[in-house]
Ligand binder design. Structure first.
Ligand code: GDP
Length: 193
């Protein structure tokens, strides 16, 4: 897809703030600092539309981006910060549950992981959480440029096995540095629109 328009529509914390427009939607989840904003920016060819996700203490919001009047990317706040209080974590959990339960136009969830490392316990919890919503789950294994070519297959296999991925769910090796994986990611997203 050639992106000609990309804008942030709203940062929402509850259903009444979600955009009413019935266009297809894709949610993006991932550990803080995994490279989720860089993935969005690379896909839509903007340097800095998606900002580095929530730091501790900052409001955690669902950020809705509208692309080409054709679909929304929804940036789900990152997880995995040790310093988040129990209360904040609960709020985060409720916000996600509400979103994934209510959002009918959601076509797939993208889980961004770091291809260099085995998925963390939090990544596995997130994958299992997404499984409840009967959506296609696309794993984006990013930072591909940081591992040697010869190790790609082994790292992809480890990601698939550690998450316990369903056989039908795709995993896309991706690099926000080189753009590798971008065409494949677009092809897949378009097939769900
Ligand atoms: P977020 O918190 O998940 O949104 O993470 P960011 O997109 O802000 O990325 C965190 C850090 O990883 C930044 O310093 C990025 O430049 C870096 N980064 C993200 N994606 C890649 C990638 O594909 N390759 C490399 N080499 N660095 C990346």
């Amino acid at each position: 897809m050639k992106v000609t328009q990309a804008e942030i529509i709203i940062s929402a914390v509850s259903e009444k703030q979600y955009p009413g427009e019935q266009i297809p939607e894709f949610a993006l989840a991932g550990r803080s600092n995994v490279g989720k904003s860089s993935f969005i920016n690379k896909m839509i060819q903007r340097k800095n539309l998606a900002r580095t996700s929530s730091k501790p203490g900052k409001t955690q919001t669902l950020n809705f981006y509208k692309i080409n009047d054709a679909f929304h990317f929804v940036d789900v706040p990152g997880y995995g910060y040790a310093k988040v209080s129990k209360k904040e974590r609960e709020k985060w959990g409720h916000m996600l549950e509400e979103y994934f339960t209510k959002r009918k136009q959601l076509r797939a969830a993208l889980l961004v992981t770091d291809i260099r490392h085995a998925p963390t316990k939090d990544d596995c919890i997130m994958y299992d959480f997404l499984l409840h919503y009967e959506l296609p789950i696309i794993v984006i294994a990013t930072k591909l440029d940081k591992i040697p070519k010869g190790k790609r297959q082994a790292h992809l296999k480890r990601t698939r096995e550690t998450l316990g991925m369903r056989g039908e769910d795709p995993i896309i090796p991706f690099s926000s540095e080189t753009g590798e994986g971008k065409d494949e990611a677009w092809r897949l997203l378009e097939s769900y629109m």
